[in-house]
Design a protein around this ligand. Structure first.
Ligand code: V0V
Length: 136
């Protein structure tokens, strides 16, 4: 099942500009950055407060055909996804499939920091792109 909120993903056009905004305005800082070619993103994870709670994930597109580029074109910058931590992404995906939801991938893909991820289609989850994250 879903254990806790892992992170909230926010689409941005320019990662460096967004990092500067979050640092200067909210005093929230990046604790991890990486490029994920498979997902077509450059991303940063930001810790809030004492850093024990859910993170903010800033997502910038690498390519015009990427999910984040399409999101920015359609909706502009803003909340793009809600991610839950799970112990077993395959097991949770199977349960949700069994309840009639479309999972985007047949098998999990690689997410931040070696995690394994899958997504529920936003049209099957009340307009929210739900990500399942099994940490490394
Ligand atoms: C699209 N729609 C959304 C949405 N994206 N609704 C809520 N939240 C979103 N993020 C709506 C869209 O407005 C349409 O509604 C409908 O879904 C179908 O749109 P579509 O034309 O099929 O949309 P596409 O081609 O933009 O694809 C949407 C999906 C795509 C969700 C299939 O974004 C995707 O594959 N996402 C999963 C991968 C991802 O997001 N990667 C970036 C993060 P109407 O107009 O029909 O009503 S990478 C990441 O999170 C990592 C690495 C990590 O956490 O570790």
């Amino acid at each position: 099942g879903l254990l806790r909120i892992d992170h909230v993903g926010i689409a941005v056009a320019d990662l460096d500009a967004a990092l500067e905004f979050y640092a200067e305005i909210f005093d929230i800082h990046s604790v991890h950055e990486e490029t994920n070619e498979d997902q077509g993103v450059r991303e940063a994870m930001l810790a809030v407060g004492d850093g024990t709670g859910p993170r903010i994930q800033l997502l910038a597109p690498l390519r015009p055909d990427s999910a984040i580029a399409k999101f920015l074109d359609r909706s502009g910058p803003g909340l793009q996804q809600l991610a839950y931590t799970v112990a077993d992404v395959e097991a949770t995906s199977a349960i949700l499939r069994g309840r009639g939801l479309r999972l985007l991938y047949d098998t999990p893909r690689r997410g931040t920091a070696g995690s394994r991820i899958n997504f529920v289609h936003p049209k099957d989850a009340g307009g929210v792109l739900v990500e399942l994250v099994e940490p490394a």
